[in-house]
Design a protein around this ligand. Structure first.
Ligand code: SF4
Ligand code: SF4
Ligand code: SF4
Length: 276
């Protein structure tokens, strides 16, 4: 029963946010939206810890397609980083601002980079590529600076639209969403094959990690090793898609803020020493 505590806590947190936003903003949509995402993620984690191998991928598809197709394309809400700046500069506390606050700024204090493991629509595609376990765990540190450049470019792009009073802002943001996603998928797939690493895009390019990493350092939900059971075989480290040194329980462990709670390490551990 203990293994279901994490998904239950997560589900309760999402329900609390769903009800709070529904009542304070008087928008029934938020109750449906966060209930759907929270329930999907909680069921996915519960199934994963029960041994269903493809549970995480199924959740990623359920949440990712909903956000990309329904929210992004049909409802025309730009949920990319430029959408966050757009709504913020518009002074509107809705859509991408709420999404970023819950999933990427405050939420990671509770569930770390769970967004990256269970909900991101970019990773939803990248995780189907052939390099689930990276060929090398050595990072190209200088490439990581690209994320800061993209972060500043997105901010400058939206700030300029407001500064120059650009017309048809909603249409521009919709086009930016479509073009941005095509570029992300193109670059993400190219990098995955170049580095033989499905998650190379997450490690070097994604500007959202600038929001995700600081809070996830303090995440309540995190993977830990029971040292009494560990036989130091290093299989967990070798299998980690995000190059985390999971054998070290300290918050400052190598690539600590990269863990996406995917659970791959728990699957390969011969002594079942790793728990969330
Ligand atoms: S790092 Fe970026 S692209 Fe990768 S899963 Fe997280 S949000 Fe998605
Ligand atoms: S440490 Fe484990 S749960 Fe975290 S990213 Fe690596 S394999 Fe996934
Ligand atoms: S796979 Fe398990 S036993 Fe092996 S090093 Fe990791 S935690 Fe220890």
């Amino acid at each position: 029963m203990k293994k279901y505590i994490a998904p239950i806590v997560l589900w309760l947190a999402f329900e609390a946010v769903a009800i709070l936003l529904w009542l304070t903003l008087d928008e029934f949509f938020y109750l449906l939206n966060f209930s759907y995402i929270g329930t999907a993620v909680a069921i996915g984690i519960a199934l994963f810890v029960s041994g269903f191998k493809y549970a995480r991928m199924a959740v990623q598809l359920a949440v990712g397609i909903y956000m990309l197709v329904y929210l992004g394309i049909i409802s025309r809400e730009n949920m990319q980083i430029e959408g966050f700046w757009y709504y913020l500069f518009s002074g509107t506390f809705q859509a991408a601002v709420i999404h970023y606050l819950v999933a990427k700024i405050a939420g990671p204090f509770l569930f770390g980079r769970g967004w990256c493991g269970y909900a991101c629509w970019t990773a939803m595609v990248l995780d189907f590529l052939p390099y689930k376990t990276p060929k090398s765990h050595d990072r190209k540190k200088s490439l990581g600076k690209i994320r800061y450049i993209l972060f500043i470019l997105a901010l400058t792009f939206v700030a300029s639209l407001f500064y120059f009073n650009a017309p048809n802002l909603e249409m521009i943001m919709f086009i930016a969403f479509i073009v941005g996603n095509i570029l992300y998928y193109g670059v993400g797939i190219a990098l995955a094959f170049m580095f033989k690493d499905n998650r190379a895009f997450c490690k070097y390019i994604c500007p959202i990690t600038i929001f995700l990493k600081p809070a996830s350092y303090f995440s309540l939900l995190r993977m830990k090793v029971d040292k009494a059971k560990c036989v130091n075989c290093q299989k967990c480290v070798a299998s980690c898609p995000m190059d985390v040194d999971i054998t070290d329980n300290k918050r400052s462990r190598k690539n600590a803020t990269e863990c996406i709670l995917c659970g791959e390490c728990t699957r390969v551990c011969p002594t079942k020493a790793i728990k969330m």
